[in-house]
Design a binder for this molecule. Structure first.
Ligand code: SF4
Length: 183
């Protein structure tokens, strides 16, 4: 076990004090810098740069950032959810650390997937088959990993084959899950 404990506080987002969600900042009892390259290897769709020891990723709409002595998580419902997410991260950190001899570390990975880049490769018809009002709204949710790309059924028609190939390749390159039947 690497990380034994953490203390945390919840804060309102600086950019929007009226927001309905909260953020959390956890201070770590141990330095987890050593395990970050291994986490970068096992966490799908993350961004990591060993020079600045910062690993970021999104899960279920939340923005998560891991630093050697700190973790931040955005868009949380309440303190209870913050504790649950932090406990999961603690378990992930410790499991990865314990298993690090079987993991190839990764020292640089990814770049932010931009929703406009995803949007440009969607059909652009705003047909709402995915359940969203617009392709732009859908693209935003794809980037935040709140929906799967397969929800856009028009994209998987022969008409959009070229766009589909490019988009799936882009998603795969940054570690997003792409259904095998969609390739
Ligand atoms: S199903 Fe695809 S084309 Fe239709 S609105 Fe959603 S993202 Fe756009």
């Amino acid at each position: 076990m690497l990380l034994k404990n953490y203390s945390f506080e919840t804060v309102l987002p600086e950019c929007n004090p009226m927001a309905e969600t909260i953020n959390t900042v956890a201070l770590l009892s141990e330095d987890i810098g050593e395990v970050l390259p291994y986490l970068a290897s096992v966490i799908r769709a993350c961004t990591y740069d060993d020079n600045i020891k910062t690993l970021t990723f999104r899960r279920q709409g939340k923005g998560i950032a891991l630093y050697p002595r700190k973790i931040t998580v955005t868009r949380l419902r309440d303190r209870e959810e913050a504790k649950g997410v932090l406990d999961e991260l603690k378990a992930l950190i410790n499991n990865t650390y314990d298993n690090r001899q079987n993991i190839q570390p990764c020292y640089k990975k990814g770049g932010e997937l931009r929703y406009l880049d995803v949007f440009k490769l969607l059909p652009g018809t705003n047909c709402r088959e995915c359940g969203e009002m617009t392709c732009l709204a859908f693209a935003t949710k794809v980037v935040q990993q709140e929906v799967q790309i397969s929800r856009c059924s028009p994209l998987f028609s022969s008409r959009f084959e070229e766009k589909r190939k490019k988009l799936l390749e882009m998603l795969r390159a940054v570690g997003y899950e792409v259904p095998i039947e969609s390739t």
